[in-house]
Design a protein around this ligand. Structure first.
Ligand code: AMP
Length: 288
């Protein structure tokens, strides 16, 4: 496994791989502190591609000034060992200065899909995400890039960016990987203290409650949201819900009457970490 710290180096590694016969290059963009969620993406990429690149870059432009950019975990040696053991061909781990040269002035912005949920709570977040992901695509030139459904809105925004800007690659979205108690794996889980960690699985429990209510026939989204909020309030008093939303899986528009498949998404701010989770609920045709 090669580790590239500069844009020139990773470009050379990918170009050499292509000359050597690699037809499909896969990219797994991450911010490091890798866990089984990331490794699930890497394993899918390894199964599908001839040359697998993992980028590890804590992107400063997607964090607001009051957010956890500085505290974000950076266990570099562990991450490299994990990538090696999952058969990664090359890791791209640039510095912030390498990615953002002095005078950097470009922004990639996707309107619409970015304006609710995470975009509303974290102004500018998706501009930072789209800009860095567009740069990574231009730098690595992958045929396929792998994202997790854990960040559902992000995957929808990236798909839209790729479609609208005619970027020549496929976006693969892989399922959420969870701990045994249901908590979605996240690099930020490491920052939770013991009491917060005990309460954190309620994010998933409340998504399951929403799923059950919808499956049982509740069609009013506001009623489902209210039930979810009260479960969160009772079982995760250390957390504060940023939002609970029920949206169309494609447009991400808020749904009032649930008549077809929806995504239930939420964000809960604990004192030590802000957590997000979501679940797609398929609405059976017979009950529509
Ligand atoms: P991050 O390092 O948090 O930016 O995540 C990098 C990629 O891994 C994103 O596409 C995430 O959606 C994905 N990811 C993070 N956590 C999980 C998880 N628990 N299951 C599946 N994918 C995940």
């Amino acid at each position: 496994m090669k580790v590239a710290k500069t844009i020139d180096e990773i470009r050379r590694l990918v170009a050499d791989a292509r000359v050597g016969g690699a037809r499909l290059v896969g990219l797994v963009p991450t911010m490091g502190a890798l866990h089984e969620g990331h490794y699930s993406l890497i394993d899918v990429a390894r199964g599908e591609c001839d040359f697998v690149v993992v980028s590890i870059f804590v992107n400063p432009t997607q964090f607001a000034p009051n957010e956890d950019y500085r505290n974000y975990p950076r266990p570099v040696e562990n991450d490299l060992a994990g990538c090696e053991s999952h058969g990664v061909d090359a890791v791209f781990a640039p510095s912030a200065d390498e990615m953002y040269q002095a005078g950097f002035a470009a922004t990639v912005k996707v309107a619409g899909l970015t304006e609710s949920m995470e975009g509303r709570c974290r102004p500018g977040h998706f501009d930072g995400v789209c800009t860095v992901v567009a740069k990574l695509f231009n730098i690595v030139g992958p045929n396929v890039a792998y994202f997790g459904a854990k960040d559902y809105q992000q995957s929808a925004v990236i798909r839209k960016m790729v479609a609208d800007l005619d970027m020549p690659l496929r976006i693969a979205v892989c399922p959420i990987v969870r701990e045994a108690d249901g908590l979605a794996m996240s690099s930020r889980n490491a920052n939770l203290d013991d009491a917060e960690r005990i309460q954190a699985p309620v994010l998933h429990e409340s998504l399951r409650l929403a799923e059950r209510l919808i499956r049982e026939g509740e069609r009013n989204a506001a009623n489902v949201i209210e039930s979810v909020q009260s479960l969160l309030g009772e079982n995760a008093p250390l957390g504060e819900a940023d939002y609970v939303a029920i949206v169309d899986p494609d447009s991400l528009a808020a749904v009032e009457e649930i008549e077809s498949d929806v995504v239930v998404a939420l964000a809960v701010k604990f004192p030590s970490a802000r957590l997000i989770d979501n679940m797609r609920v398929d609405v059976p045709k017979t009950s529509r």
